[in-house]
Unconditional design. Sequence first.
Length: 318
Amino acid sequence: MSQQEEKRKTSDVFPRRTSGVRLPSRGLCFTLALALTSFQCIPPAFAAEFRVFKQTYIRQTGSPVTETTSFLVLNHTGTPWTLRAINGDLEDTSVDKVSSSTLSLNGVEVLQPNQFNQHVSLIEGPVTLLKEGDNTIATQVRGKPGGQLTVEIVGQDMVPPTVTWQQPPAGSVFNTDTVSATLRLTDAVAGLDPKTLAITLDHTTPVLTAFAPLPTQPTLLATLQATLPVTEGAHTLLAQVRDLAGQLGEATVAFTVDRTSPTITQRSPAADALLQQPRPAIGASFADSLSGIDTSSVRLRLDGVGVTAQSTVTDTSV
């Protein structure tokens, strides 16, 4: 590659400079080449923003030093990415700016020394150099000691996490002291924020610690399992988690624990009754206060012979 081509490759990454005021972070478009897309707009305001990298650099005394830092990207194709270089401090004008800096992303120079001066407060634009997994950013600040430069890389995420209860099945009934629970969490872009996960039983009792722990690092997918002790009655499990963009995903599942047998009453004819009819009506009433009656399980026998097929079965009687 010729020197002229190399110069064009690096200098076309961002505009030469921005104005000294902060640029809007929404609806901003740059026409860029090579390291950036040919034309890309930052998404509208309803997209939630998340950060994969942020570091503040201070010019020290002595020769300039290049600082290289690694950062993780979970999904590099699911969002447009924006790089921001904040020269000095946008809110505190007493913080010194840098007059010259370089910045390379995964080995490609994206900011050059001549893009900085004391009148430039913010340089911002889209980048497409990120890759899935570990990325590296190398920054060197120059100029007088004390100058400050903050660099951050942010993405946009418009879809909250998906939370799914795989176990127990919705509306299921158990007659046991424990219930197996399986929770699946996914996020397509920003990644799940482990510290935001909350799981409760009946909206009041935290049961998160009963589950296998969520990875401490952000992830796009996790499946958690637990065996939960439960009392008799109706129950609801609620799981909530946010992604790194702050968007909330949640899911509930309702189930019932019923360890009490149904009651049978109003048997007809009554026990030991003396009847004059040759074909008396035979039947009974039954009830179950928790899970209800499984009508397919109802059996009516006369002298040991099944007569259910000749009967009318309802939720409360036969």
